[in-house]
Design a binder for this molecule. Structure first.
Ligand SMILES: Nc1ncnc2c1ncn2[C@@H]1O[C@H](COP(=O)(O)OP(=O)(O)O)[C@@H](O)[C@H]1O
Ligand SMILES: N[C@@H](CC(=O)OP(=O)(O)O)C(=O)O
Length: 468
């Protein structure tokens, strides 16, 4: 059995939904289908999820938001009309959507926001199920509450609870085609909570693990994952196969094509993931697998993400001071901050954080506490950083990758704020000024992918020899 997830771009309008349904009908193994909310129809368009957020913000501010509500209804009305669903079905779908948008009673502002956001996927799932039925298929919408998709109570950032998998397993035995809305689940007390943005990928992965699917197909709008963001480099090299570990690093570092948290459920259940194109389903796509291929390129991908800052701390003989690292991280913990990376030297350490988590007040308090409580020689904060990551299982087997990357960046006149090799040895991180990030990615792409000889395949670590 296959679990197929279709992203917002695949469901942006009636024409796209028709393509999606054709894909579902083309393979009887596609029995569990996860859908996102309609995405952008063209570059300047607004995703339905963003329209819903605008609506909820305005509603919470003014007690009503008729213009914003109409924009949402208009998207679904157009889809319902072009799919030639009956007026009765259209009316029912609209009434159910209206109930969610108008019902703020007994809900806190943040719960209302999550309920409204989730209505994008929920309504879309109902539309797709109705359309498939109009084509004669035995398709049914399933609500995550009834199915048992239990999640933590972290509004806008839920995580699946382990007991959800057992409950969701029975979806595999359901008759016909299950159409399941992505992006949200329910707490044990029955409150709706959404995953983080882009989280329909996570729903698909959870369902694939729960029903022990043969493959989790993730349909989007590109033929494959590319070694670099295709918005940055025209027609970059395609990735045919990539490991969970490489993809996790690259998703974390900015590959927007697949949510970074979506790999874990599939990985733990050993379900291969295939990224495919709704607009070109015949293309083989990219397989995300457990082991690297027998011969693997040293670099599998290059990504970058901005919005980081670094707290630099130096103190003579820091290496001899037992508990220094713990005390430093404890200050961050007490300020409610998680950290991303922490490169260190003998007398100094840097802690990299997401900038959005560090308010001006928190920063001042942290700097003051580090100076006073840890009696350091120097503490400073650098803002506006981007992390550029080169990732590849083959890096473990090859020497000189860091030197080549650093030389390529130097040649492009990009100043390195820091270098950090991931402990797994499949990634190398370069901290650069955010304004230099795109140039850095392009320079690294040219270094590792524009000269084939320079990125010759090396043997993967699990392979001791190849027979020819
Ligand atoms: N390395 C990459 N490979 C492929 N696509 C990428 C990569 N990095 C970023 N993207 C972008 O991810 C987009 C697909 O993700 P997204 O817009 O979230 O799709 P969906 O609506 O299907 O969820 C692509 O159109 C592409 O612009
Ligand atoms: N619609 C939600 C969840 C999602 O996964 O969307 P998409 O498949 O368009 O990335 C969002 O925009 O965040």
């Amino acid at each position: 059995m296959k679990v197929a997830k279709f992203g917002g771009t695949s469901l942006a309008n009636a024409e796209q939904i028709k393509k999606v349904c054709k894909i579902i009908r083309a393979d009887q193994e596609r029995r569990v289908v996860v859908v996102s909310a309609p995405g952008k129809r063209f570059r300047e368009d607004t995703k339905v999820t963003d329209l819903l957020i605008q609506y909820a913000e305005r509603f919470l501010e003014a007690g009503e938001a008729p213009k914003e509500k109409q924009a949402i209804f208009a998207r679904y009305q157009e889809i319902v009309k072009e799919l030639q669903l009956s007026a009765e079905v259209g009316g029912q779908i609209e009434a159910e959507l209206d109930t969610v948008l108008s019902n703020q009673k007994n809900l806190s502002a943040e719960r209302f926001m999550d309920a409204v956001k989730a209505a994008g996927e929920d309504t879309c799932a109902k539309v797709v199920a109705h359309y498939l039925r109009s084509l004669g298929e035995d398709a049914h919408y399933v609500n995550p509450l009834d199915a048992g998709l239990l999640v933590t109570d972290e509004v806008g950032n839920a995580h699946v609870l382990p007991e959800a998998y057992e409950k969701l397993a029975s979806l595999g035995a359901d008759r016909g085609i299950t159409i399941f809305p992505g992006f949200f689940g329910f707490t044990k007390s029955g409150d709706l909570v959404t995953f983080s943005r882009g989280g329909s990928d996570i729903t698909g992965s959870i369902l694939a693990a729960a029903v022990k699917a043969d493959v989790y197909e993730n349909f989007t709008d590109v033929d494959s994952v590319y070694v670099v963001n295709p918005n940055l480099v025209a027609h970059p090299v395609e990735v045919k196969e990539i490991t969970y570990r490489e993809m996790r690093e690259l998703s974390y570092s900015g590959f927007g094509v697949f949510h970074e948290e979506a790999l874990i459920p599939a990985y733990q259940a050993n379900i291969p993931v295939c990224i495919k194109n709704t607009n070109n389903p015949a293309a083989p796509g990219t397989m995300i697998v457990n082991e690297p291929p027998v011969s693997t390129k040293r670099v599998s991908g290059i990504a970058s993400d901005s919005g980081f800052c670094s707290i630099y701390v130096s103190k003579y003989l820091m290496n001899r001071e037992i508990g220094f690292g713990r005390k430093l991280l404890q200050i961050l913990e007490e300020e409610g901050l998680s950290y991303e990376h922490s490169p260190s030297g003998i007398d100094n350490i840097s802690v990299i954080l997401r900038e959005r988590d560090l308010t001006v007040e928190k920063e001042a308090r942290i700097v003051e506490r580090i100076s006073r409580e840890l009696r350091v020689d120097d503490v400073s904060v650098t803002h506006g950083l981007a992390l550029v990551m080169i990732v590849g299982e083959g890096m473990r087997q090859s020497v000189g990758t860091t030197a080549r990357a650093a030389a390529a960046l130097a040649q492009a006149k990009i100043n390195l704020e820091m270098i950090n090799q991931g402990s797994s040895e499949v990634s190398m991180m370069f901290g650069v000024k955010a304004v230099d990030a795109d140039r850095a990615v392009i320079a690294l792409y040219q270094e590792f992918f524009c000269n084939e000889e320079e990125n010759q395949p090396v043997l993967a670590s699990h392979v001791s020899s190849v027979s020819v």
